[in-house]
Write a protein that binds this ligand. Structure first.
Ligand code: URA
Length: 434
């Protein structure tokens, strides 16, 4: 048997801290600082940290503990500094959903309003997509930039979307991977500290959070989403970052596509002044929150979207990172159409079912090291409330590997229903926490 390291501190031992957290005691500031630093430096073993994460999962953390835990995570790495820029900076974070391509039109739109957006984005895991996977479907586009390149692009264009460097919150890189394999992801203090440590270390002056609620989101109920949003807004404020959260619906996918290149194409439609109304509404609402958060509110994002100004920033931003904004996007080799079995009104289209189908078609990955198919995904032809006729296409499945169709159809089974009455309308923006 491998002996776990026994990291020691003159005042305490990791096993005692695990026990005391299991019994519901509060950890002191010094204990938290040491735990995070020792885990980042590989002095505390994964099995010890997973026991501690499980204790937090059951017992939670006090406001003081959570603030200190988040600060210790930020201090585990570098903190970016944009104070040399002549513009204010603001960032957006979404807790993740199906068809959530909002970052793509939003970043150039806010930059077109004159505010710089340093957006460090992630890759998809499970049924929700990742912004970097989407952008990598654009031929030539590069996710990895040095801090110097990022700063230059922000000064020149006001817009950058790239991968976080290895120096940003290394504690979270280890802890998030560990939580993923130990059933400890779904804990409000652990989610809030994970997200906010990265967003605060990223250095933007203000932050707008898009906290998703519904079947396709981490948070399935409005109450739990509100609690997460309040916790994150509180953490942001405590660190001096103006933070606002919108709670938005994720019971239905956003827009009409879920899949990497499919979502890029839809985002370009939005930037060209078209696109699905829900994507446009949420993009403009988040842009308004972002420019209000830095008191830059004499610009109208809806007008700048319509004028093509945001499209100009998008093209420059893609080119600056080696991409060709005019290149044809990859398409899947095979498609399969699911049609309506009767006349009626589409009652619901479950976000989780669509996300799962897109993932099974190859748009997402099960493990970090897996590759994604750029052209794979689900294209929707109807949304809840729309009248459909028997035989009309409801969704088109896209993949390079047609043996995946059966499993994708299975994921969608029960994920939609057609009936005669119109379903109740659900707004996209459910609440705002500031
Ligand atoms: N996203 C993160 O970055 N961390 C979490 O814990 C959950 C979602």
């Amino acid at each position: 048997m491998v002996t776990a390291p026994s990291p020691s501190h003159p005042g305490f031992h990791v096993v005692d801290l695990i026990r005391s957290k299991c019994e519901g005691a509060e950890l002191s500031d010094a204990q938290i600082d040491w735990l995070i630093a020792a885990y980042t430096d590989d002095e505390i073993a994964d099995e010890q940290m997973s026991a501690l994460a499980m204790a937090v999962w059951f017992c939670g953390m006090s406001r003081r503990e959570l603030g200190r835990w988040t600060r210790a995570m930020i201090n585990s790495g570098e903190r970016l500094d944009f104070s040399a820029l002549s513009k204010p900076t603001v960032d957006k974070h979404s807790t993740g959903g199906v068809g959530d391509k909002i970052t793509l039109p939003l970043v150039p739109l806010v930059a077109a309003c004159g505010v710089a957006v340093p957006q460090l984005a992630g890759r998809g895991l499970g049924h929700t997509g990742g912004t970097l996977d989407k952008l990598e479907s654009i031929p030539g586009w590069r996710a990895n930039l040095t801090n110097k390149e990022m700063l230059r692009q922000l000064a020149d264009l006001g817009a950058v979307i790239c991968a976080p460097g290895p120096g940003l919150v290394p504690a979270d890189k280890k802890l998030y991977a560990l939580r993923d394999v130990t059933g400890t992801v779904e804990s409000i203090p652990l989610i809030a500290s994970s997200i906010m440590s990265k967003k605060i270390a990223e250095g933007a002056g203000a932050l707008v959070l898009d906290v998703k609620v519904g079947s396709g989101a981490f948070m399935k109920t409005l109450d739990s989403a509100r609690k997460l949003a309040e916790t994150m807004v509180d953490l942001g404020r405590a660190e001096g970052v103006t933070t606002v959260a919108l709670l938005t619906d994720m019971s239905v996918p956003l827009g009409l596509t879920a899949g990497n290149a499919l979502e890029v194409a839809e985002s370009v439609e939005v930037l060209a002044g078209g696109g699905p109304p829900d994507v446009v509404e949420l993009t403009v609402a988040l842009a308004r929150e972002m420019i209000n958060a830095v008191r830059w509110d004499d610009h109208d994002p809806a007008a700048l979207l319509a004028s093509g100004a945001a499209m100009d920033v998008w093209r420059a931003m893609i080119k600056a990172q080696g991409g060709d904004p005019d290149a044809a996007l990859p398409t899947a080799r095979e498609t399969d159409v699911i049609t309506a079995e009767r006349d009626g009104v589409l009652q619901f289209l479950d976000a989780r079912a669509v996300g799962e189908a897109a993932w099974r078609l190859g748009a997402g990955r099960a493990r970090k090291e897996h590759a994604v198919q750029a052209g794979a995904g689900v294209q929707m032809h109807a949304k809840p409330g729309m009248r459909v006729r028997a035989g009309q296409p409801l969704v088109t499945l896209h993949t390079d590997t047609p043996e995946r169709f059966a499993r994708a159809r299975e994921a969608l089974g029960g994920g939609y229903a057609i009936d005669d009455a119109a379903p109740e309308e659900r707004p996209i923006i459910l609440d705002r926490i500031a």
